[in-house]
Design a protein around this ligand. Structure first.
Ligand code: RIB
Ligand code: CA
Length: 313
C-alpha cells in the first residue's frame, strides 16, 4: 500500500466546500490531517459548525480548527445569498456533537506543515486569511509544504463577486497578496476554469438520487444553492471547490496549465481583489503560479459520484 498523502484543507463551508470535503475524505490516496476554517461564504460560527457537521456525516474525527472571523484589514460581505444564511442551505440540521479544537487555524497549519516534513498538501478553498497569518507567523511555511492548491481568482478578470474579483480573493485581497507573494510555486484553479467545467443539473440530481447517506445530506444542504444557480446560470451547475479538490487529489487530471506570475490588486477603485496575471511576461517577475486551465471532466465527475456513494455502473 503506497503511503497516503497528508492533506490539510482550509475552507469556508459553504456548499461547494462541502462537496470538495466529501471528495477529499473519499480518496484513499490522501489522509486529511486537519480542517482549518475561514470566514467567507458565511460567518465563522457557521463555517465551523458546518465543517463539524460534514465530518459527522462522513464519520471522521479529523480535527477542526477555527480561524480568523474577519479579513486582515477591511470588512467584506459574505455569500449567504448563494449558500443560505447558515452556509448549508438553512435546513436546520442537528449540530454535531463534537467541538472545534482550541488551537487556532493558523497555528495548526504551521504545526502540521512541520510535522509532515515537506509532504503536506495544502488546499485553500476559501479566503486566504488563515494562510496569510500562518505565513506571517512562520515565513518558512512555503518551504515546509509539498503543494499549495488555491481555489481562487479570475485569471482574465472575469470575476464572480465584482466585475474583476472572484469571491475568495475579493473577500480578503490583502491576505491573498501576502500568500501569493510568499509562495514561489503554488497552483490556482480559478473561477473561469470552474465555468468551463460544469455539469448538468439533471445529471447531478440523478447522482444524488442514487448515492448513499452522503448524497442525501448533500442533496438537502445544496438544494437552495442549486435552485439559485439554475435560475441564473442555465442547465449546468458549477462547483468551484470541487474542481480545485479534483486537481489537488489527482494532479494528472489537469490537462492544460500555464506557469505565470500572478499578483493581487489591493488598491484599485474598479479592480480591488483582482488576480492580475502576467500572461505576456512583461513584468519581469518570476512565475509564482501554475494556472490550471483544463481538467479531465470525466475524471472530475467520477470523483464526485464516488464521493456521493453513487454505485459504479
Ligand atoms: O468563488 C467561489 C469560491 O468562493 C468558492 O470557494 C466558494 O465556496 C466561495 O468560497
Ligand atoms: Ca469555499
Amino acid at each position: 500500500m503506497r503511503e497516503t498523502i497528508p492533506l490539510l484543507i482550509d475552507t469556508d463551508p459553504g456548499v461547494d466546500d462541502a462537496l470538495a470535503l466529501l471528495m477529499a475524505f473519499d480518496d484513499p490516496a490522501h489522509r486529511v490531517v486537519a480542517l482549518t476554517i475561514a470566514a467567507g461564504n458565511v460567518g465563522l460560527v457557521h463555517t465551523v459548525a458546518n465543517a463539524l457537521k460534514l465530518c459527522e456525516v462522513v464519520g471522521t474525527d479529523v480535527p477542526v480548527h477555527a480561524g480568523c472571523p474577519v479579513p486582515l484589514v477591511y470588512p467584506s460581505g459574505d455569500a449567504a445569498f448563494v449558500h443560505g444564511n447558515d452556509g448549508f442551505g438553512d435546513i436546520g440540521y442537528q449540530p454535531a456533537q463534537r467541538a472545534a479544537e482550541h488551537e487556532h487555524a493558523a497555528l495548526a497549519i504551521i504545526r502540521h506543515a512541520r510535522e509532515q516534513r515537506g509532504k503536506l498538501c495544502l488546499v485553500a478553498l476559501g479566503p486566504l486569511t488563515n494562510l496569510a497569518l500562518a505565513v506571517r507567523l512562520e515565513p518558512a511555511l512555503p518551504s515546509l509544504v509539498a503543494r499549495l492548491v488555491v481555489m481562487g481568482g479570475a485569471v482574465t478578470g472575469q470575476g464572480n463577486t465584482t466585475v474583476a474579483a472572484e469571491f475568495n480573493i475579493g473577500f480578503d485581497p490583502e491576505a491573498a497578496r501576502v500568500v501569493f507573494e510568499a509562495f514561489p510555486a503554488f497552483e490556482i484553479v480559478d473561477w473561469e476554469a470552474v465555468l468551463r467545467h460544469g455539469f448538468l443539473h439533471a445529471a447531478f440530481e440523478a447522482w444524488l438520487a442514487t448515492g448513499d447517506a452522503r448524497a442525501r445530506f448533500y442533496d438537502a444542504i445544496s438544494r437552495k444553492t442549486r435552485a439559485w444557480a439554475g435560475d441564473r446560470r442555465g442547465d449546468h451547475w458549477h462547483s468551484a471547490d470541487a474542481l480545485a479538490m479534483a486537481v489537488a487529489l489527482q494532479p494528472d487530471s489537469s490537462l492544460h496549465s500555464e506557469l505565470r506570475h500572478v499578483g493581487v490588486e489591493t488598491e484599485g477603485r474598479l479592480t480591488r481583489g483582482a488576480t492580475v496575471v502576467d500572461w505576456a511576461g512583461r513584468g519581469g517577475q518570476a512565475a509564482n503560479a501554475r494556472i490550471h486551465l483544463a481538467v479531465d471532466q470525466p475524471a472530475f465527475e467520477a470523483r464526485i459520484r464516488s464521493a456521493l456513494g453513487v454505485p459504479v455502473a
